[in-house]
Design a protein around this ligand. Sequence first.
Ligand SMILES: Nc1ncnc2c1ncn2[C@@H]1O[C@H](COP(=O)(O)OP(=O)(O)O)[C@@H](O)[C@H]1O
Ligand SMILES: [Mg+2]
Length: 198
Amino acid sequence: MIITVTSFKGGVGKSTTAIHLAAYLATKRNHTVLADGDLNRSVINWFERGGEELAFSVCDGDSIPNDYDHLVIDTAARPTEDELIALAETSDLLVIPCTPTTFSLEATIGTLAILPSDRYKILLTVVPPKPSREGEKTLSALKKTGLPVFNTMIRRFSVYLKAENLGVPVSQVRDPKSADAWADYTAVGKEIAKAVKR
Ligand SMILES: Nc1ncnc2c1ncn2[C@@H]1O[C@H](COP(=O)(O)OP(=O)(O)O)[C@@H](O)[C@H]1O
Ligand SMILES: [Mg+2]
């Protein structure tokens, strides 16, 4: 399947999401390719830092091989309406990371209205830990609007910054929150598998 990660704002966890979804899909022994469609090469740079043996391959958005089982595409922020429609047509699902702030949400909701609702799902990311209820409140507000949204929220953990510095997925970082962080993306991966029946 082809999963494209895109959003209307930068810094909302797109590259982090693309990397962890590719890492999750690769655990299923599928040939998984992670394509970096962002000119600032966040994904490629991430793994050049790590230089570890990865379960998936990483390539430039312009040189995607065609022998994959799963393809995850990271993109630059702020696609135009035309770009968004094109991405939706070529992907099985668009994953739209969005942080639980009003500003981020308004940008997301306004633009997504042009897409059929089976083409995308909003993913709440960098969700503040309890006792904050920001994530839950945003999730239920989104559900009320009828927009497609993942039930899983990606919690905010400092292990993501460590992973970024080390150039590996969180599952490979020694940190007390590594398992919790990885569990979030595993749960999203399962929701995607259900949404995209192929
Ligand atoms: N769930 C999270 N918790 C804490 N930090 C996060 C989380 N997701 C992403 N980050 C951090 O936020 C920053 C922006 O994330 P990134 O994936 O590069 O966003 P984008 O690709 O949308 O610009 C990075 O430093 C990343 O490590
Ligand atoms: Mg990015």
